[in-house]
Design a protein around this ligand. Structure first.
Ligand SMILES: [Zn+2]
Length: 616
């Protein structure tokens, strides 16, 4: 195929303006869109960023002009635009691009082609939706072509959908294509001692083929899927190779995109950043932007699931922009529950991250396949505009905490994941906390005594799976009596010990189901502080939260390190969409009493969400 972008790219390089570094970060008050067709939609939501912006649909003038128009529309509204590349879903374009496309298809251990399972209802020229291999030179050529299209006009960021490419075929039995086999051979040569290879009976790597090696031992596709990381010889090495290869490829693509556009780019990938596999790419990202399961389920209860990803993102110093999962939106579309979605918007902003404006969302079930949830601005725009109108209550604020919770990458790699349950327990019990990360050879973040010195207690959900220096740091902290265990059987943290180390810092009295999330601006001791109040009394029969009235929020001095507050004010989003004044609401002065080492704030009424601002 002929590539005709040279002129457009040259134009970019000559007219493109480099962004100030600040503009290449996510702000807590950002209103993020996956992409919309008209400026009116952006305006009504107060959108500031397009995160999944796409690219021209083809290599022709009409397609490029149309894409440029989309980017210009966003820029004229002062928004930033992240153009998109898709590593897995553009199978049809790959079939058109490369006549030798079968050479780039991912293969299972038994040699069968791997298909993208959620595109079971898609076909192109009589072919199913092949899962193409990001380790194959042919597919890499196509992806670079895609990125060249995406960078045909000046944009601020690059978003990559399904960024882990071939690494994601692990559950499908792959990938054992000839390109992966060749690359794994080189990986073994450079990373695994010969002695270890000999133990597996591998005398020479010259013609080594991992697929043949496994099959010779009677390993089937099903065995591979279930056991690769647990018991198969060289299984952990193979998975490590695949994920490292995916990460390296994303970094190469970013460099390539930046060379085309002529300045640094924000980089995001479609991921929830919730486990060891997703976190490998994290140090190279500006933000995660992807599906985070919000738990829309028939029981109608609010779930705290996204908080885990938010806390991990905080610990890594990046943002988690999210949408719900395909299943979430299928539920919302079928049962028509915008009230439930409003609780998600509130929760995500309260924890310092964002639910993308749910204007038109991908929905998926096994039986219905791909379909769409379409909302109206009246459903949600007033909540987003409330955030924009009160951006100074969000930007620069971070979670405050004297309690830390340990995340061990090594434990996650062997599926010991009770830390996630401990996270939900802490959040639901209104105990402010941070995650602290203990990394490993997959994640270069170390648990250090210096990091722990900021905390009075560390919650650990065994087993920690640490060794070496990090284990010593943990043991030393435990020797000081500061480690508190999460009991998986009782499904709770040792509350007595926790409160003996860190007496309750914040309590909601006189109302049930209100989550309190305190936040402050680090390093600004006199700046106002905020406490988000999330009303979790969601009633599925009414698709609304039950208001809570006349209750108190009590805080201890240790929470913010001060109690010199003179004024308390409650900011809350309007309950309805008013087309003449979208998102406007009157702040409510609150009664504030400071006595001894605590302060009591009286809340007359709380609907969906409120933000207490405390000023000195
Ligand atoms: Zn492959």
């Amino acid at each position: 195929m002929k590539v005709t972008l040279t002129a457009a790219v040259l134009l970019c390089l000559t007219t493109g303006t480099a962004l100030a570094a600040e503009a290449r970060t996510i702000k807590k008050s950002d209103v993020v869109f996956m992409g919309a067709k008209t400026a009116d939609i952006y305006k009504v939501y107060g959108a500031t960023l397009v995160s999944w912006g796409g690219r021209p649909w083809g290599d022709n003038e009409k397609a490029i002009k149309s894409f440029e128009e989309r980017v210009r529309t966003a820029h004229e509204l002062g928004m930033r635009y992240c153009a998109g590349a898709a590593f897995r879903t553009a199978f049809a374009k790959m079939i058109d691009f490369d006549e030798n496309f079968m050479d780039s298809v991912c293969r299972r251990l038994d040699g069968e082609p791997i298909l993208v399972p959620w595109l079971w209802d898609h076909q192109h020229k009589g072919h199913p939706a092949y899962w193409f291999c990001t380790n194959s030179p042919g597919y890499r050529r196509y992806l670079k072509f895609q990125v060249k299209l995406a960078m045909c006009t000046d944009v601020e960021g690059l978003h990559i959908d399904d960024y882990n490419g071939t690494a994601g075929t692990e559950w499908r039995g792959g990938c054992f294509c000839k390109h992966c086999m060749a690359a794994f051979r080189e990986y073994l040569r450079e990373n695994v001692p010969r002695k270890k290879l000999k133990e597996y009976g591998i005398k020479s790597l010259d013609d080594f083929d991992y697929g043949k090696f496994l099959k010779a031992q009677g390993v089937t596709v099903d065995d591979y899927r279930r056991k690769v990381e647990r018991t198969l010889p060289l299984g952990r090495e193979f998975i490590t190779f695949q994920y490292r290869s995916a990460t390296a490829w994303v970094r190469e693509i970013r460099k390539y995109a930046e060379s085309l556009v002529g300045h640094p780019l924000m980089l995001s990938v479609n991921s929830s950043g919730s486990n060891h596999k997703a976190l490998m790419i994290a140090p190279y990202l500006t933000f995660f932007s992807g599906e985070v399961h919000h738990g829309a389920e028939p029981d109608g209860r609010l779930k705290p699931y996204p908080i885990w990803s938010f806390k991990l993102a905080d610990a890594l110093g990046i943002a988690q922009v999210c949408t719900g999962s395909g299943g979430d939106w299928a539920y919302i579309a079928e049962h028509k529950k915008p009230g439930l979605v409003r609780t998600w918007i509130a929760q995500d902003y309260a924890f310092g991250h964002q639910l993308m404006a749910p204007h038109r969302q991908w929905a998926y079930t096994k039986t219905k396949g791909t379909h769409w949830y379409q909302s109206q601005p009246e459903d949600y725009a007033h909540i987003y505009r409330f955030v924009r109108r009160n951006a100074d209550l969000f930007d620069g604020y971070e979670a405050v905490a004297k309690v830390a919770l340990l995340y061990s990458n090594a434990a996650f790699r062997v599926y010991k994941r009770d830390a996630q349950k401990a996270c939900y327990w802490l959040a639901e019990h209104n105990i402010p906390f941070h995650l602290v990360i203990a990394g490993d050879d997959w994640l270069d973040v170390k648990l250090t005594a210096d990091k722990l010195s900021a905390y009075d207690a560390l919650v650990v959900a065994p087993p920690d799976m640490l060794d070496g220096e990090q284990k010593k740091v943990l043991d030393d902290f435990a020797a000081k009596g500061k480690v508190v265990l999460y009991d998986a059987k009782k499904k709770c943290v040792d509350e007595e010990k926790l409160f003996s180390l860190v007496p309750r810092q914040i309590a909601v009295e006189g109302a049930d189901g209100v989550m309190a999330v305190p936040r402050a601006i680090p390093g600004m001791a006199d700046a106002p502080v905020v406490i988000h109040l999330l009303n979790r009394n969601y009633d599925p029969t009414k698709d609304a939260v039950t208001p809570q009235r006349d209750f108190k929020v009590v805080i201890r001095k240790s929470l913010f390190g001060r109690l010199n507050f003179k004024k308390a004010t409650l900011y809350a989003p309007p309950q309805k969409f008013d087309p003449d004044n979208v998102g406007a609401s009157e702040p409510v002065p609150l009664k504030l009493e400071v006595r001894g080492d605590s302060a009591t704030i009286t809340i007359p009424s709380l609907h969906l969400w409120g933000i207490i601002e405390l000023e000195g």
